[in-house]
Write a protein that binds this ligand. Structure first.
Ligand SMILES: [Fe+2]
Length: 347
């Protein structure tokens, strides 16, 4: 073996090994914006067959980025031709085309676009459905997410000191079964040992948080993380997984950490303070673009720091990079671009 060959082995092996140890937690893409990101829009729960999609209202806010938080279509089928046609219908809508032409679009799925209501790891078409989701989002063929199991993704938005880490978690592909309540008192009982992310995604997430270069971190999770009392789908149905996620944020969290969620057909903002250092984490839930609850109901949420909004809505995140850590304004908006509520972080 020549000295030259030994030199290249010394150089290449650690580089390959470190990428593996990070669980492939490199960003899919760094979007090198010409300035720091100032306005991010997001939303969820959009029936592809309905015309009232709020796209004009979203565009009126001149966002620089759009993020889908799941139920991006109501696919609900094991027939991939059905899902593909519904994605086509959603994507070809002229107002959505304006979004695509104006800004980068990112996203993750929830249950209905995954293919089955309250779906989990047992959905038999998950590999095929994932490709349709990534095609809908125009994720490049060479992106890491195309080569691995699951649809979780990581992006860096902005540049220099104005970076945002955008982490999109897959809460479907690896998720264990929900535990239904045989007495029917509530929809689901906690699945004490059940997991949501699966080990590969946990390792990937920890690698990102550990080496996170950004003062602002946005974690997209289709289902709610912080709210505990509601009886529908939530991280609280898998208490060990919820605690694991919060512990990772507590351990590595810095600057501002904001969770985005959808799924619920309501809007609300929640807050938790983690651990002895009382590290604050916020969750902005915005759902849905096309439909909401039929009547006015109350829903307890001890962590809510906003009002509960029962109306079609989308979210706008406004960032102020003049302070350290950056200031964030969370706006819940709806039809006619009406501002339902604005919450300042820190509150
Ligand atoms: Fe959902």
């Amino acid at each position: 073996m020549t000295f030259r060959l030994l030199f290249w082995l010394w150089w290449l092996v650690p580089a390959w090994c470190c990428a593996g140890c990070r669980g492939g937690s490199e960003p899919e893409q760094q979007v090198d914006a010409s300035r720091y990101p100032e306005r991010i829009a997001f939303g969820s729960c959009s029936r592809e067959y309905q015309d009232n999609q709020l796209w004009d209202e979203i565009l009126a806010n001149e966002p620089e980025t759009w993020i889908w938080l799941g139920d991006n279509i109501y696919g609900d089928s094991e027939d991939m031709a059905v899902l593909a046609e519904k994605y086509r219908q959603q994507k070809s809508r002229p107002a959505y085309q304006k979004i695509l032409q104006s800004m980068p679009v990112y996203g993750i799925w929830d249950d209905h676009d995954y293919g089955v209501n309250d779906g989990d790891k047992n959905y038999p078409m998950k590999r095929q459905s994932k490709e349709l989701l990534l095609d809908f989002l125009d994720v490049p063929a060479e992106a890491d997410v195309r080569a691995r199991e699951g649809a979780y993704q990581y992006y860096l938005l902005g540049e220099g000191a104005g970076l945002i880490s955008l982490i999109l978690l897959d809460t479907r592909y690896f998720r264990d079964e929900l535990q239904t309540d045989p007495d029917g008192n509530t929809r689901y009982l906690p699945n004490a040992d059940g997991d949501i992310l699966g080990e590969a995604q946990w390792r990937w997430l920890e690698g990102i948080l550990q080496g996170n270069p950004a003062p602002v971190t946005i974690i997209g999770s289709s289902i709610q993380v912080i709210p505990e009392e509601q009886g529908f789908e939530k991280w609280g149905n898998f208490p060990a997984a919820r605690q694991r996620l919060l512990s990772l944020i507590e351990r590595y969290g810095k600057g501002r950490v904001l969770i985005l969620s959808g799924d619920r057909h309501i809007a609300e903002i929640s807050k938790l303070e983690l651990g002895e250092r009382r590290f604050p984490v916020y969750e902005f839930t915005s759902s849905g673009l096309t439909h909401t609850w039929g009547g006015i109901r109350e829903e307890p949420n001890m962590h809510r720091i906003s009002q509960l909004h029962i109306a079609r809505n989308f979210g706008i995140i406004r960032l102020d990079w003049n302070t350290s850590p950056p200031g964030i304004q969370l706006e819940i908006r709806g039809e006619g671009n009406r501002l339902f509520e604005s919450v300042t972080v820190p509150d």
